[in-house]
Design a protein around this ligand. Structure first.
Ligand code: AMP
Length: 436
């Protein structure tokens, strides 16, 4: 089987790693793997094609040229640009939703409308394209308020505003173009109290299998302080994700939303990621949807799941998925913690081109996986930093605490100038387990 993974970060390296691990036992004795554009990590598992993840036409041509059986799309931008549609038009199997279904992520206004119609719990909100009505709405609401760009804004699109004045300023900036087209339509919503949890589910548009929840750390600094980032680490499993809570997420969030999207004639196929706020009374209320695997959640989810997981992705893409009715939540095998090693200056102004000393896998040990997120090889073949998040160091263990120790010890041994990282990934979970 010939599989193409679209994207070039840590998430895509983890997807390639899982496909390689699972191929022979789960779906193909003979896997030929491609990544576009990939990175030095995916290059050790398959062939990198030098095509940007958003170059839709070139990717479709490459899928034809290389006779790709299944394409797995990692990031949101190509989904929103219609890559899955174009590949399906060309007769190629794809894991990832159509652009219409991916609007659950690419248009928060659309997601809100779907949830309203499906009766799914989410913060009370209204959608605006002009400042006049937005001003009037803000004036009539309690503070704090959350102002969100409706479109894709690379994690910068949601601002919690303590006061109405701040909400007015943020709404005005977005509508005037501070986030480009993404903020020309905004959603203003009520602030919710509770604990956040990310729940991901595989679906063919109708059936749903929930993945073991993971949590990530968005803040740059230890103790969850400092600026927001794409994510400085993640862990799996999460104690608060009880069977009851996941059952509620299935029946109160995933099933009604997927039914509603299917009723529009655009069934959602792929992985749907729900960012939930668990309210004090236990209700899962939706903060946002993503139309793809999380990054860096994937770098703990895939190693923690039982081998064979990628078979589901292949079967959904080939429209031959047949999960058992009893298979409501996929079991995890081990606990996993990933620590992100970022460049100096991340997230504002990350340094690039710094040489990296990465011990080989044997030196780091069996329970360590290093996923490349932002690296490249220079003309002499030396590994250098290419982006804000450089490497994801995943540790495995029987418990989250063990996995965190393994991840931290390995992260310590990888060196590059200006290495920026947190030594406390999963602290909340470890504290919770200690108190139990
Ligand atoms: P989003 O991109 O919509 O997930 O928002 C990013 C982050 O902003 C979330 O992970 C929350 O921490 C916070 N957030 C978003 N919406 C709300 C809300 N209605 N109430 C409280 N916090 C929120």
């Amino acid at each position: 089987m010939r599989v193409l993974v679209v994207g070039g970060g840590g998430r895509e390296h983890a997807l390639c790693w899982a496909l390689r691990r699972d191929a022979a036992s789960a779906f193909s004795d003979d896997l030929t793997l491609f990544a576009a554009p990939g990175n030095p990590g995916t290059a050790t598992l398959g062939t990198n094609l030098p095509i940007a993840a958003t170059a839709v036409g070139e990717l479709v041509a490459a899928a034809q040229q290389h006779a790709i059986d299944v394409t797995i799309i990692g990031p949101e931008a190509p989904l929103a640009a219609g890559l899955a549609d174009r590949l399906r038009d060309a007769g190629r199997a794809v894991f990832g939703p159509s652009a219409a279904a991916a609007r659950l992520e690419s248009s928060k206004a659309f997601a809100k409308e779907v949830m309203r119609r499906a009766g799914v719990a989410t913060a009370a909100s209204a959608t605006f394209v002009g400042m006049g009505p937005a001003l009037e709405y803000i004036g009539g609401q309690a503070q704090p308020l959350v102002v969100k760009a409706s479109g894709l804004a690379a994690g910068k699109g949601a601002v919690v505003c303590k006061t109405r004045e701040e909400a007015v300023a943020v709404a005005r900036a977005m509508l005037e173009g501070s986030l480009g087209e993404a903020g020309k339509e905004i959603v203003i919503e009520e602030f919710l109290q509770g604990e956040e949890l990310s729940v991901l589910a595989l679906t063919d548009g109708e059936r749903v299998v929930i993945l073991p929840p993971a949590q990530d750390h968005k803040r740059l600094g230890e103790g969850d302080t400092g600026p927001n980032t794409g994510g400085m680490g993640a862990y799996c499993p999460v104690g608060i994700a009880t069977d009851d809570l996941l059952a509620r997420a299935r029946t109160e969030v995933f099933e009604p939303v997927l039914r509603e999207v299917a009723a529009l004639g655009t069934p959602y196929e792929g992985v749907l990621y729900a960012g939930l706020m668990i309210l004090p009374d236990g209700t899962p209320s939706v903060l946002e949807f993503n139309a793809r695997f999380g990054d860096p959640e994937t770098q703990v989810l895939l190693p923690a799941l039982l081998p064979g997981f990628s078979e589901h992705l292949i079967a959904i893409a080939q429209r031959a998925w047949n999960p058992l009715p009893t298979q409501q939540v996929l079991a995890h095998d081990r606990a996993a913690v990933t620590t992100v090693l970022a460049a100096r200056g991340y997230p504002e102004n990350p340094e690039k081109g710094v040489a990296i000393r990465l011990p080989d896998a044997a030196e780091l040990g069996d329970d360590v996986l290093v996923f490349h997120a932002g690296t490249y090889r220079d003309n002499e073949g030396r590994l250098r930093s290419a982006g804000g998040r450089v490497l994801n160091v995943t540790g495995l263990g029987d418990t989250v605490a063990q996995a965190a120790t393994v991840s931290r010890a390995a992260a310590e041994r990888i060196s590059f100038e200006g290495k920026t990282w947190r030594r406390d990934i999963a602290w909340r979970e470890i504290q919770r387990a200690g108190a139990a």
